[in-house]
Ligand binder design. Structure first.
Ligand code: NAD
Length: 258
């Protein structure tokens, strides 16, 4: 089904664990060349990379703090130096930073949430765009940018997560502009929008709290990082989604229905 992903150069931000790592492993199983990223290398990096070579895939790790524009530029440069171009960019790095209700929000917190969730995706897309365009011209297939939104981008977010929700709503929205003004570059822009996915993101929640959340999800459980992976493969594959752009795919077990 995803045969055309073999050999594709896929850069996934924030992929040292969680949703990004599961996506990276799925791409490697398809024989893609995968760029892993995090602020620092995970302790089990050698094992992760070895596992990703098993199915003919190839992977490298690139440390970069994507809250900072110069680090976004460096990441794209290093990935291109290693793999020769970019076919797929997945803007996955993101997070709450902290939970702060409105009275506790200050300028530093505002900037930190927006830098991690919005600036990173904008700058990564800006620096990758010439490479994505070149890849599309060379292959005759569309390149793909995939944002990672959130159910919070639809609903406004949970306690203390208002700015996170704003940031994710921005990602849901900005791709509409990019579709209008960059489709001629041969690039498609879509968003995978997860619900409650059981990763380190929810490390602050007890098993009881998670069970309570699961009871409100029609499919009866939290999602796993692996539950999200096929959505990324779908949007990356020209064969599967070459005529699909500007869309949000919600992976949430029915938790929210836009
Ligand atoms: P996670 O905390 O398990 O992983 C976050 C990843 O981002 C890690 O690899 C981390 O190293 C990386 N990262 C964090 N800050 C970074 C920075 N400044 N520069 C580079 N990398 C950085 O979280 P996750 O659940 O896998 O979340 C992945 C994405 O999915 C995030 O954008 C998150 O907002 C989104 N999301 C998660 C959920 C959920 O329920 N888990 C729901 C909706 C959306």
């Amino acid at each position: 089904m995803f045969n055309d992903l073999k050999g594709k150069r896929v850069l996934i931000t924030g992929s040292s664990m969680g949703i990004g790592l599961a996506a990276a492993q799925a791409f490697a199983q398809c024989g893609a060349k995968v760029g892993l990223n995090g602020r620092r290398a995970p302790d089990n990096l050698a094992d992760l990379l070895a596992g990703m070579h098993v199915h003919g895939g190839e992977a490298g790790f690139f440390a970069a703090d994507l809250s900072r524009t110069e680090e976004c530029e460096k990441l794209v440069s290093e990935f291109v130096a290693r793999f020769g171009g970019v076919d797929v960019l997945i803007n996955n790095a993101g997070g709450l930073v902290a939970r702060k209700p409105l009275p506790e929000i200050d300028d530093a917190f505002f900037d930190a949430v927006m830098d991690l969730n919005v600036r990173s995706a904008v700058m990564m897309t800006k620096f990758a765009l010439p490479h994505l365009k070149a890849a599309a011209q060379a292959s005759g297939q569309t390149s793909s940018v995939i944002g990672v939104g959130s159910i919070a981008g639809h609903t406004g977010g949970g306690p203390g997560a208002s700015l996170y929700g704003v940031g994710k709503a921005a990602l849901h929205n900005i791709q509409k502009n990019w579709v209008d003004y960059h489709s001629q570059d041969g690039v498609r822009f879509n968003v995978v929008s997860p619900g409650t996915i059981d990763t380190a993101f929810h490390a602050d929640k007890s098993a009881k709290v998670k069970a309570g959340i699961a009871s409100g999800i029609p499919l009866g459980r939290l999602g796993s990082a692996q539950d999200c992976a096929a959505a990324f493969l779908f949007f990356a594959s020209h064969a599967c989604s070459g005529y699909i752009t500007g869309q949000i795919l919600d992976v949430n077990g029915g938790q929210f229905k836009p």
